[in-house]
Write a protein that binds this ligand. Structure first.
Ligand SMILES: [Zn+2]
Ligand SMILES: [Zn+2]
Length: 422
């Protein structure tokens, strides 16, 4: 038994006309999907016969992950699709396919894995009290829609369907409490040391998410009023990072092993001089030295300096962090981010050390200023400088390319309104 392709890699596409290219796009996609559907049949058969166990694996997922070298979430998704689309044996009884119309469309190559995931998500949320015949009717509606629409449209139809089922359900049995909100979040690190995630929130949490994120994601003009050039997705990402940073400084955050969650950055003396291997975040995520310095500046990260044999020379903990009274004093003095023109109030700010702890800068009020996450990064990674003026207030010195005279600037956003002299 073999699956053959009508095209071979290296076909003379440069001689094909435009129509042939588009036709080939459709044909190859159908083939890819059909091959995936065939793979689903194999996985269901492996599940039925307990093949993984005979090779020493715990389950089909483990085989997929190990044999085709994919990530666990991908292996999990493939098995989930396979078992929903194909009948299999469990113990002594046959488990029928829970999504037969979807399986047919998949086998024809009419829908792809993302469509299936969308349909299965909706099916999983249909209450168990809905009769099987009715459930299969909904599945058919979604599978038919998927043949002609992108997955996002299937997601949307699924949400509408569930809302309608909920309403019918409540009308039928008002005594039964509504099910708890369905939410999920999955994440994995990629090879570029970025955390990728996917998930979903119920309507209420989703609305809250948007509400919290949207003011933080607004374009933020530069100190001279220049336009914020970040694209929307980047602004959303920055806003989300800011939200996480803010949450970490919340007073009533739950603890783990008696401690509030804190990042730990370890570096050796060689790291500090910019040589040798990179500093490590939480023991295994390498970060560039200047990034580690930025992290170590604020109380949310515990820095540890290691000697040549790995002994801890300085856990920098007690002396380095801004204490709660200091944070309050900083909030009273700076009111918010001290960067010119910034509007982030103090509870959204990090305590930046003008002379950093690595160079012996103390955690005194005179050596600390409040900066929002974005401007903290600007100060660490650009030629902007901060100093304490004679009146005890912080001021920012622009880089020479922005202002050759380097005239100090202050943030007047939070300045008290001067009493009317007239
Ligand atoms: Zn800093
Ligand atoms: Zn700022």
């Amino acid at each position: 038994m073999s699956i053959s392709l009508p095209f071979a890699p290296g076909a003379p596409w440069q001689r094909a006309d435009r129509t042939a290219l588009v036709t080939a796009l459709c044909e190859t996609e159908t083939l890819i999907r059909q091959a995936q559907a065939v793979q689903g049949e194999l996985l269901a058969e492996m599940q039925s016969r307990g093949v993984p166990q005979t090779f020493g694996y715990a389950d089909v997922e483990a085989v997929v992950k190990d044999v085709i070298h994919c990530d666990r979430p991908e292996a999990k998704a493939r098995v989930r699709r396979a078992l929903a689309c194909h009948e299999y044996t469990e113990g002594t009884h046959r488990v029928p396919a829970s999504a037969p119309a979807t399986a047919t469309a998949y086998a024809e190559g009419a829908i792809g894995p993302r469509h299936i995931d969308s349909i299965l998500r909706t099916l999983a949320e249909i209450p168990g009290t809905v009769p099987e015949e009715e459930r299969l009717g909904y599945e058919k509606i979604l599978a038919d829609l998927a043949r002609e629409s992108p997955p996002a449209a299937v997601d949307r139809a699924g949400r509408h369907l569930l809302a309608r089922i909920d309403q019918d359900h409540l009308a039928r049995d008002p005594a039964e409490p509504p099910p708890p909100p369905a939410r999920e979040l999955n994440w994995a690190w990629n090879q570029d040391r970025q955390l990728c995630f996917a998930g979903r929130l119920d309507a209420v949490s989703g609305a809250l998410f948007e509400k919290l994120l949207s003011p933080l994601a607004k374009p933020r003009p530069g100190p001279d009023g220049e336009r914020d050039t970040r694209p929307a997705d980047q602004r959303h990402g920055d806003a989300f990072a800011e939200l996480l940073d803010h949450t970490q400084r919340a007073a009533d955050l739950p603890t783990e092993a008696g401690e509030k969650p804190a990042l730990l950055v370890t570096m050796s003396f060689d790291h500090l001089r910019g040589r040798r291997e990179l500093p490590l975040l939480n023991g295994d995520i390498p970060v560039p030295v200047n990034e580690a310095r930025l992290l170590a500046c604020d109380a949310r990260v515990i820095p540890a300096v290691l000697g040549t044999s790995g002994e801890v020379l300085d856990l920098g903990r007690e002396t380095r962090l801004a204490t709660t009274p200091q944070r309050r004093a900083l909030g009273l003095r700076d009111r918010g981010c001290v960067f010119p023109g910034c509007t982030r109030p103090s509870n959204w700010c990090q305590a930046h050390h003008i002379v950093d702890w690595i160079h012996g800068g103390p955690s005194d009020l005179d050596n600390m200023v409040l900066l929002c996450g974005m401007h903290h990064r600007v100060i660490h990674h650009s030629e902007w400088e901060i100093r304490m003026a004679d009146d005890g207030m912080p001021e920012c010195i622009p880089p020479p390319w922005l202002d050759p005279a380097r005239t100090p600037r202050r943030n007047h956003t939070f300045a008290p309104i001067a009493p009317d002299s007239g």
